[in-house]
Ligand binder design. Sequence first.
Ligand SMILES: [Zn+2]
Length: 407
Amino acid sequence: MKCRFCGTPLHDVFLDLGSAPPSNAFLRAEDLTAPETWFPLRLYTCTECHLVQVDEVQKHDALFSGDYVYFSSYSRSWLAHAERYVAHATERLGLGPDSLVVEVAANDGYLLQYISARGIPCVGIEPTASTAAAARDRGIETVERFFGRAFAQEFVAARRKADLVVANNVLAHVPDVNDFVAGLSAALAAGGTITLEFPHLLQLVAQHQFDTVYHEHFSYFSLHTVQRILARHGLRVWDAEELPTHGGSLRLWVCHAGAAQHETPAVADLLAKEAGAGMLEMGYYQGFQHVADQVKNDFLTFLLGCRRDGKQVVGYGAAAKGNTLLNYAGVRPDLLGYVVDASPHKQGRYLPGCRIPVVAEASIRDTRPDFVVILPWNLREEITGQLAYIREWGGKFVTAVPDIWIN
Ligand SMILES: [Zn+2]
């Protein structure tokens, strides 16, 4: 078992969450009589490049099936984030009708719809059949393939290089990070820009976000480590922004190593911040298991107390985060009766592993729970606003991360 970037043998455990099923493997009622496949969920830190990573990559087809139920467009705040990004990037890079934008892992066209609306030619690359079809339905040209070096070379030969390559929230999900970044480099025009967004490992540790760990999330990055990976493939970072998305992400603006873009002071500032937090030392990575166990134990203590007192607890948001927390904590429907999700693709199904039913929001008005646990804590503000009516019967909101919060 070796580091997926630099090949150094991995032996330093960052976090061990036992075993869990793939987080998007939602079950139908008829699946409940069948066994599920659980995979070990353990992260290692590379002692050489500090890339935090899962120890083994499952087969693509097991994790990203045609039945994939994650549609980006169902979160309103996520759509607003994409729209702001497009306005900012197209203006900053001066993109117009003669430009080409390529988005890798374009999902259902949630982002490219805003590029297209500005009259800028764009193509989405998306391996999942159901989401690719949804993107085509909204008029976005979509190629149904996995992205990598070979695909990029093929694409460039048939079309042209891109002025903007959007690779937001995909880098962490790529099994072969070298092949992927080589593909980004091959697809990029000489003066073009790649934007990368990914959850920042600095925030994961500082905010106790162990529930953002799941099998499909292969790598966890600092700027230092990403910079090394980019450099190997002839790319460099010319600007870096800290974003609030996913509990704290980085957005990097990347160009060819020899391109003319000037590096902003933000890059050196962020590198200094990481060094100051200790991210260049192994000790930084060795205390996280204890943090995760504390969060898990506090959440279970809360649920057991509610059970003892006869209080009804339900969840909101059937996302990967919730599945990690619920499976690691061993929560079952006796402690958390159901989980509400806005996506009709998830309603009527069951969460993988813990087998808690997923229902529509109407259930909350019908059953008047005492507590609603917001599983995607990063959307807390949006969801407490949307469900403010639970106050009518004295209902309260709960989040488990970074520490138990009840209000
Ligand atoms: Zn490494």
